[in-house]
Design a protein around this ligand. Structure first.
Ligand code: CO8
Length: 259
């Protein structure tokens, strides 16, 4: 299968690898990429030979977030009617085989949310995580306000979501967001080795283990994510969303009206 914005391959006959590949936009997550990612994940999930899946990006960026150029123009009616962002963003949660995020460089906004939807995050030492949506006049919209506090606790989550600052790999490991940190040169090998270990176990037990851990982790999450999505949509009714995204695209400082 040939894709436009991702690459897929199989390693060791049992590990499916998806590489996000929009280098000029730092792997910004547009509709095409999310559709292709969803398709690739579903194909690996259905493939009997595959025991574990890895999602990764480039050295510079896992993903710098949702595509601001694509979403800047939306109105409240657009995002609410289309239920932006359900389109394929929820697919990763429906995958029953374990998914490892191998993160190098920027994992920001939707990129950080995508990593958090995976089961294990292995980070390179150059990884940077953050939820900078506040700088654009919006808030995280793909689960960030719900999954980040569960992963790192309220104090750090509030700090990141309210200031929009980035956290490096060492801080992310201390905070409990990532499972392991390795030098960038070792990232691919480390993720592959973990995936091969997982693939070697009973597929049924692995699926059950994943399901059980998620049960503990996701209690009450659905309501939280829906609540967050509606708030995210409602911010498209503000001038500050237009200003924040226009300022980013025109490389100028944002001047928010509601301050
Ligand atoms: N969307 C679109 N284009 C982007 C994005 C993005 N998120 N991030 C970077 N790019 C583009 C830049 O516009 C630039 O393009 P060009 O070369 O044509 O000018 C190119 O990638 C390289 O970026 P920079 O020149 O800015 O590179 P720097 O090294 O100077 O900075 C940063 C790297 C810090 C990552 C910077 O690009 C940045 O701040 N990016 C935006 C990060 C951000 O705000 N992410 C959150 C987006 S909002 C979001 O994810 C909401 C999720 C909601 C739910 C999901 C909905 C689908």
């Amino acid at each position: 299968m040939t894709y436009e914005t991702i690459e897929t391959r199989v390693e060791a006959g049992q590990v499916g690898i998806v590489t996000l590949n929009r280098p000029k936009a730092l792997n910004a997550l547009n509709d095409t990429l999310m559709d292709e990612l969803g398709e690739a994940l579903k194909a690996f999930d259905a493939d009997e030979a595959i025991g574990c899946i890895i999602v990764t990006g480039s050295e510079r960026a896992f993903a710098a977030g949702a595509d601001i150029a694509a979403m800047a123009k939306y109105t409240f009616a657009d995002v609410y009617k289309g239920d932006f962002i359900t389109r394929n963003w929820e697919t990763i949660r429906s995958i029953r085989k374990p998914v490892i995020a191998a993160v190098s460089g920027f994992a920001l906004g939707g990129g950080c949310e995508l990593a958090m939807m995976c089961d294990v995050i292995i980070a390179a030492d150059n990884a940077k995580f953050g939820q900078p949506e506040i700088k654009l006049g919006v808030i995280p919209g793909a689960g960030g306000t719900q999954r980040l506090p569960r992963a790192v606790g309220k104090a750090k989550a509030m700090d990141l979501v309210l200031t929009g600052r980035m956290m490096d790999a060492a801080e992310a490991e201390r905070a409990g967001l990532v499972s392991r940190v390795v030098p960038y040169e070792k990232l691919a090998d480390e993720a592959l080795a973990a995936a091969i270990v997982i693939s070697g176990f009973s597929r049924v037990a692995v699926m059950a283990a994943k399901e059980a851990v998620n049960r503990a982790y996701e209690g009450g999450l659905a309501d939280g994510v829906m609540f967050e999505r509606r708030l995210f949509h409602s911010l498209y009714a503000t001038e500050d969303q237009k200003e924040g995204m226009d300022a980013f695209l025109n490389k100028r400082a944002a001047v928010f009206k509601h301050r």
